[in-house]
Write a protein that binds this ligand. Structure first.
Ligand code: ADP
Ligand code: MG
Length: 152
């Protein structure tokens, strides 16, 4: 079993499409953080916990997330990218801030959608699966993982 997988790095700027087109902003991890994902070869949607450092009060908690891992065809080098949607309403953007994540499970492969609506619908299902899985006691403990910076 490859999980848990630990990821961290400053949040990168992408094309700005996730939030505007899909109502689901995804914070992009830097390429340097991705070798940790080499223990899984499958592209697709994963779930786990994430934390943003130096974020505003309440926004720096360890929070449930869904992560999309895939190849961005816009990159000449076809590099793998990881984008994290944190299930929390943030007071402001957090570009450049350090994000830490623990990836705990796989939800589904990357699919080709007939419409934007179909994709949005599937993202909602992904979020429910993540919440349900993380609620199980074996997973909840990762909220307190020493990978995260925890309050004293
Ligand atoms: P980009 O293409 O630059 O990643 P997005 O539309 O995907 O643009 O938005 C991602 C940005 O939105 C993140 O980098 C972060 O600063 C901000 N953001 C606000 N709320 C969230 C959230 N709940 N999860 C992830 N990112 C969020
Ligand atoms: Mg994004």
């Amino acid at each position: 079993q490859p999980f848990p997988i630990y990821l961290s790095g400053p949040v990168q700027r992408g094309f700005g499409r996730g939030g505007k087109d899909l109502g689901c902003p995804t914070a992009n991890l830097p390429d340097e953080s991705l070798p940790a994902m080499s223990t899984v070869t499958q592209t697709g949607v994963y779930y786990g916990y994430a934390q943003v450092h130096d974020a505003e009060e309440g926004d720096n908690a360890v929070l449930p997330m869904v992560m999309s891992l895939g190849y961005n065809p816009f990159y000449k080098n076809k590099q793998l990218t990881a984008e994290i949607h944190i299930m929390h309403e943030f007071k402001s953007d957090f570009y450049g801030k350090e994000m830490k994540a623990v990836v705990l499970g796989y939800i589904r492969p990357e699919l080709d959608y007939v419409s934007r609506e179909a994709l949005i619908e599937d993202i909602e299902i992904d979020k429910r699966i993540a919440i349900n899985s993380l609620g199980r006691c074996g997973y909840e403990a990762y909220k307190m993982d020493p990978h995260f910076i925890l309050p004293k």
